[in-house]
Ligand binder design. Sequence first.
Ligand code: SF4
Length: 364
Amino acid sequence: MKELLQYRTEEEVKIANAVFENIRISLEQAVYLYEHSDSIFCAWLANNVKEGKFGKKVFYNKNIHIEVSNICINKCKFCSFYRKKGDEGAWEMDICEIMDILAEKNIDEITEIHITGGLHPEKKLSFYIELFKEIKAKYPKIHLKAFTAVEIEYFAKSDKLSFEEILKILKTSGLNSLAGGGAEILDDKIREKLCPKKTKSQVWLDIHNIAHSLGIRTNSTMLYGHIENYSDRVFHMQQLRELQDKTGGFNCFIPLKYKSFGNSLEITTEISLSEELKNYAIARLFLDNIPHIKAYWPMCGKETAILALSFGADDFDGTIGNSTKIYSMAGSVSKPELSEDQIKELLSEAGFKAVERNSDYEIL
Ligand code: SF4
């Protein structure tokens, strides 16, 4: 190891020693990696950590998304997905339509349905309770991952209930886990510019805290590469790391690179591939208590996702079945769909062992 570190700075040597001795890196050290280290150094460290945990295993699942509606009252500036009611390209589904879509899919072959969408002015808690009950009555074994903290806050306000009450009702109706979206950058000054109407940082964290206390596991995300700086990214991850120390309820962390197409943020440049990969690596190093780092291929593309697996990521997400438009509307992969065999082949060609998991990361 000494030879590998001979051309590195004193601070990089300190960071490498900490990583190899399983000592948590500090906020300042993570910022140092962003500002001064190259992506290959970060990849070397992150990959050592990842391989220590999982060897060459890469996790995937068989899943579909249901995007109930893209009509949303929040109008976040970075969002390419939302429409106003009546706009061209706006859609909304009723329960019959959703059940018809599910009937057309081979649900017995998948393990997870991920339900998401905009904050529709009429689709509130009662709609989703009925939907979840119907889905679970017909497909009792399926894992229902649904909503972000943003919807939970929306339902709480409209039904005048606490977050805990909303989560308990949803859990009783069939909700198994929460997605990790809506976190963006957990800093209200940044949120004010990106998504002024959206859930505030502390509320996002509180809702995940309550979900974890009720046995509802969740994911976590970071939308980066827009107006934030490196310290903002690390501060964001620091808040996730602190909550995870307390609850242990996050399954995974998903870095989501800002995509510039089709939104009103007026940032037209996107960060480079090198920075995107380095970001995976730093997430793996800093978030030492979140077990899985996901390279979400419908967002970053198959090729980048495969590269990210050598930069600390261990999860590839799933088959998807051409069921999500959130990132294709922002200029990412259009009609995302991979068969299980295609995933296995892609991962094996890149030197990894594809391992099917369920939504709780149990190996199937
Ligand atoms: S990011 Fe979510 S909450 Fe914001 S406008 Fe888009 S769909 Fe609505």
